[in-house]
Write a protein that binds this ligand. Sequence first.
Ligand code: PLP
Length: 390
Amino acid sequence: MTWMRIYLDYNATAPPLPEVVAAVSRVMSTTFGNASSVHAFGQQAKAELDAARAGVAHLIGAEASEVVFTAGGTESDNLAVRGAAEALEPAGRRHLIATAIEHEAVLNTVRALERRGWAATLLPLDATGVVSPDALRAALRPDTALVSIMHANNEIGTIQPIEALAPIARAAGALFHTDAVQSAGKIPVNVRHLGVDLLSLSAHKFGGPKGTGALWIRRGVRLVPYMTGGRQERGRRAGTENVPTLAGMGVAARIAADRLHHAGAIAVLRDRLEAGILARVPGTVANGDPARRVPNTSNISFEAIEAESLLIALDLEGVAISTGSACSSGSLEPSHVLRAMGLPNARARNSLRFSLGSTTTLEEVDFVVGVLPRLVDRLRHLGRPAAAVR
Ligand code: PLP
């Protein structure tokens, strides 16, 4: 086989679809107007935004008027959490609930509000990363403003039972936000079926441009905008819209909706990869919920391996994956997700995430399964004290 690069890091970002690249470049070269301008140039830009909004709404089963464009998933999460917290503060609701496995965009926003006087509860999870309705019931308080529970986790792919959780929060008078950044485009996402109030999206996770996202806000839900300025996005997010990349997001959303049926084929490849690794590399175990997870993600712990070393060894073979750990101040922190699931530090530290996508082939999967036993074996020997190697 000729040397090839293999990309198995779709949860970090997906390659932009050719149709998206074409749309961004077309709009950038033909439609420079400000979408708020009254003249024809402005109206042309506004028409592009309207089409993009309809595309995004279609992906999540929403009304276009409920979709607010943002500069990505992080901003959508911030707008949801900060906007809801501030909107409900005058009613005396100063308590927030999230899970311990949220993305930092939610976790650090909740922490920032805590420093400003809000109370917060992080929900516990079971060993597969699932939140139980009972845990949510126990955490809710009369002053809970918002519950934020992600739809699918970025590291392990576990899907939360949002349909069961959202009504519990809403019955207690709290708003419910879900971060659907890792589920949109991978599994069907329908805001009405989920029963949520707020839902975050990020274009670059489903083939759109980076720095481009949306927050779906259920009609009637009031948020305090935290980006203040002009009246764009019906007063909910100030700033001249990035028309070309939003047009690209609209195209990506329509294609993602059309291709949801490919998920089965991706799951077959993911399962082949996971089963192959577990069978051929001793001392491996899969993390997360084997049944309730997005079809493209596999998280595997490799006993007696520093995940970062294996990531680099794979990169040298042309294979791009991720660790579950975050490098902070030079030391490798074990993944907060795996730790919250109760995994010991060592196992959390030696886990790797493989995330597949539309370009992944059988040949690529088999190459990774074929190369891993040798790499793992070599690293384990290197890690052993000299006496033990001899
Ligand atoms: N939420 C989740 C679950 C994510 O995986 C990510 C990206 O990794 C984000 C939010 C942040 O999205 P963005 O990169 O568009 O800011």
